[in-house]
Write a protein that binds this ligand. Sequence first.
Ligand SMILES: NC(=O)c1ccc[n+]([C@@H]2O[C@H](COP(=O)([O-])OP(=O)(O)OC[C@H]3O[C@@H](n4cnc5c(N)ncnc54)[C@H](O)[C@@H]3O)[C@@H](O)[C@H]2O)c1
Length: 351
Amino acid sequence: MSIGIGIIGTGGISNSHVRGYQANSSLGKIVAVADIDGARAEEAASRWGVDFYTTDYREILARDDVDVVSVCTYNQAHRQPTVDALAAGKHVLCEKPMAATLDDAKAMAKAARDSGRILMIAIHSRYSPQTIAAKKIIDSGALGRVYYGETISTRRRWIGSGSFARKETAGGGAVVDIGVYSLDTALHLLGHPRPKRVSGTTCMAITKDPSAQVYGGHSWDVDRTNVEEFGAAWIRFENGLCITFKTSWAIHGNSMGRSFFLGEKGGVALGPLEYYGDQFGMMVNVIPQDLPPEEDRFVLETRDFLECVRDGRPSPIPPEQVVVTNVIMDALYRSAAADEEVEVTPWQDVL
Ligand SMILES: NC(=O)c1ccc[n+]([C@@H]2O[C@H](COP(=O)([O-])OP(=O)(O)OC[C@H]3O[C@@H](n4cnc5c(N)ncnc54)[C@H](O)[C@@H]3O)[C@@H](O)[C@H]2O)c1
């Protein structure tokens, strides 16, 4: 059986999904594409050799030859195509962050539960050899009870532009764009603990400065950028764990440090991966020597998605896990606005 694939949103990242699907052509074939920008849809369809394109994604959902869709729209437009696709009986691979708002993420999780279809959130960091190895170490129990961690994603200067720079399309800035990866990594590695309170802060500083240097990225329009470049939070969990979260796509500094997790019996740091513990009556550091090389994460991600659809297996990166990143980001933004620690909004009703 060849799985029929539709692509909704034909901007930058859709090319990576298509690269992944084309590398897994024995599992499925792209049969339709949609973008509200007709010229973009037409150009992408011709580049990818797909016959059908439209400006209305509902036409894709009405097609019998479409079994699954990739939702590659900007964040504020993740919810509607995902909910509609699931209701139409299609399986969905949706780009990260799961959604621009917690309300949207909850609606998507509920739609997945009600439909019984697969909703997979495309958080490609789950396919990093380092993340996989760190999870092996932590799942072995080598850390014992983990009581503290720091999870960090930094770009010294690579400010989101275009749809990433506007709240109306992205919903937020560095927090939702790159911060979501480190939030998901921490939750995934630590077995999905449940957050209870968050104290957060956000900032625009360099993005307000027209003379600031740009490198490694594209220039940004100071007047049009209305999302945070920096966000940080202190997150308390029900099991007593506390995590510091820091992210930015523009800082005056080389980095904000490495992510690490401290347990009663051992610790782990990422970038590079290192385990710290006591052994042989000494303190030891363990540095894995045989991590597999990085593979194209979009090829791995789309293969996992299509194989789960083919085999009727559950979502490899399910909404009930990733919705918690939205729970934390929502509380971070509310806390920053209120200038005080806040309770997270309950989300378990949609699981
Ligand atoms: N996984 C990654 O490494 C990675 C990298 C970049 C972006 N992303 C994510 O991918 C998503 C898209 O990013 P991008 O860089 O492609 O953005 P983009 O702005 O280049 O493309 C978004 C496209 O969606 C289209 N669109 C918006 N609403 C639509 C709708 N209702 N129906 C059909 N098309 C619609 C827009 O016209 C645009 O062409 C974002 O959520 C972003 O966070 C992920």
